[in-house]
Design a protein around this ligand. Structure first.
Ligand SMILES: Cc1cc2nc3c(=O)[nH]c(=O)nc-3n(C[C@H](O)[C@H](O)[C@H](O)COP(=O)(O)OP(=O)(O)OC[C@H]3O[C@@H](n4cnc5c(N)ncnc54)[C@H](O)[C@@H]3O)c2cc1C
Length: 380
């Protein structure tokens, strides 16, 4: 662990208070404005949230995975758009660089990523390459000491604010071995970002297309060797999936707390609805599932911190936790009844917000394929 236990406890306590006192009161505003206020982003910078996973030598907090998932669980207790502000810097936007970057690349970028001075994005998905990420068509063709980048990336989180993209592009033939990863600064000529998409939930977190029109990227910006890009992306996603699983646990725990408060207060047939066993059954199921997901996430983080591969475990954690939070959110709407369906209590908003977790960083079907493949490989 990077932090001693007192310092880590203080961090968790600070994040918990930040979520409760600063973020939760702003949930409706962020939903309405589709924007996290700059003052809140500045507070996140001061708390060090952009650098949770960045090594200390580059200005981050260098959290162990077990610590990072505990912070992610705390952040899950509010609208997930807040976590998304720094989520790409902590996860998919920075970790390729942390895992495969040269010393020079790390020194150039990581301090500014850790401080939140620049936002990073991860650009794998394309119009024609979603679940089949190894089929990317964006090309990076050698031209002297540069590569010329051409193509379009789709649904890229934080693209409209990003200063740096990790872009997976084809340098070789078909399939995973033909893909390389590049650090692409947003201000290079020929790079343009589309308008934020309108979407079902998580308002305040933006996704956009990113277009590369003959963008000249120096060879020095390649991450790792030619042909290594897809493997880097998959290692980044292993870690990212675990983080997403943790966020799902936090949201489920928040929803259960909201349900318990409402069920104790709401009276029907002369008593609080919490006293009806059919309502209790919903609370029991939600609680059991949330506990199971929490255990799976924490166990997987411990496996990662022990230096073991987590491809199977992270896929299972993301698969179970994202499906779980969907069921818990559905249950919450039911317990709140009509009040869960209208906007007043924020339950319908979280119901929409959590739908994404079954789709991005690999759909549930892709997690099932990964889990089955790895289980068959391990012989059980
Ligand atoms: C809000 C949002 C943010 C995102 N952020 C990023 C980002 O920052 N960077 C990035 O690179 N991408 C990002 N994505 C893209 C996301 O990872 C993809 O949407 C996701 O991987 C699925 O790809 P797709 O949408 O093309 O669906 P498709 O791959 O077209 O899948 C459609 C359906 O077919 C199923 N399917 C596909 N293949 C199989 C198979 N072999 N077996 C069984 N079922 C299958 C899928 O499970 C799904 O149900 C984001 C997406 C969204 C919506």
């Amino acid at each position: 662990m990077a932090l001693d236990s007192d310092t880590f406890d203080a961090l968790i306590d600070t994040v918990r208070r930040f979520v409760a006192e600063r973020l939760r009161p702003m949930e409706e505003q962020v939903e309405r404005d589709d924007e996290v206020p700059p003052g809140i982003v500045a507070e996140m910078r001061n708390l060090g949230l952009f650098g949770l996973s960045i090594p200390e030598q580059y200005g981050g907090l260098s959290l162990a995975m077990i610590e990072e998932v505990r912070v992610a669980i705390e952040m899950g207790r509010t609208t997930p758009a807040f976590r998304s502000v720094f989520g790409t810097n902590v996860g998919i936007g920075s970790q390729g660089l942390v895992m495969a970057g040269s010393d020079a690349q790390k020194s150039e970028w990581l301090p500014r990523i850790a401080s939140g001075e620049i936002i990073t994005s991860f650009a794998l998905t394309e119009p024609g390459a979603g679940s089949d990420g190894a089929s990317v068509a964006t090309r990076a063709d050698r031209d002297g000491d540069d590569y010329r980048l051409n193509g379009t990336k789709r649904f890229i989180t934080n693209a409209d604010k990003a200063g740096l993209f990790t872009v997976m592009a084809r340098t070789g033939g078909e399939g995973a071995n033909g893909v390389s990863a590049f650090l692409v600064p947003a201000d290079l000529a020929g790079l343009s970002v589309g308008k934020p998409e309108r979407k079902m939930g998580q308002q305040g977190a933006h996704v956009c297309d990113v277009h590369f029109d003959d963008v000249r990227v120096p060879e020095a910006n390649r991450l790792g060797a030619e042909g290594e890009g897809f493997r880097i992306a998959m290692r980044v996603l292993d870690r990212g999936r675990l983080h997403i699983g943790a966020v799902c646990v936090g949201i489920a725990e928040r929803l259960i707390t909201d349900c318990v408060a409402y069920a104790n207060e709401r009276q029907q047939f002369g008593k609080p609805i919490a006293q009806f066993q059919l309502v209790q059954a919903m609370i029991a199921d939600a609680k059991t599932e949330a506990m199971a997901a929490r255990a799976l996430v924490l166990e997987t983080a411990a496996v990662k911190d022990a230096g073991q591969p987590i491809t199977l475990e992270a896929a299972a954690a993301k698969y179970f936790a994202s499906e779980m939070v969907g069921r818990v959110a559905d249950c919450a709407v039911q317990i709140f009844g009509g009040a869960g369906y209208v906007a007043d209590h924020g339950i319908e908003r979280l119901y929409r917000d959590v739908r994404l977790f079954r789709i991005y960083e690999g759909t549930s079907q892709i997690q099932q394929l990964v889990i089955a493949r790895e289980t068959l490989k391990r012989g059980g």
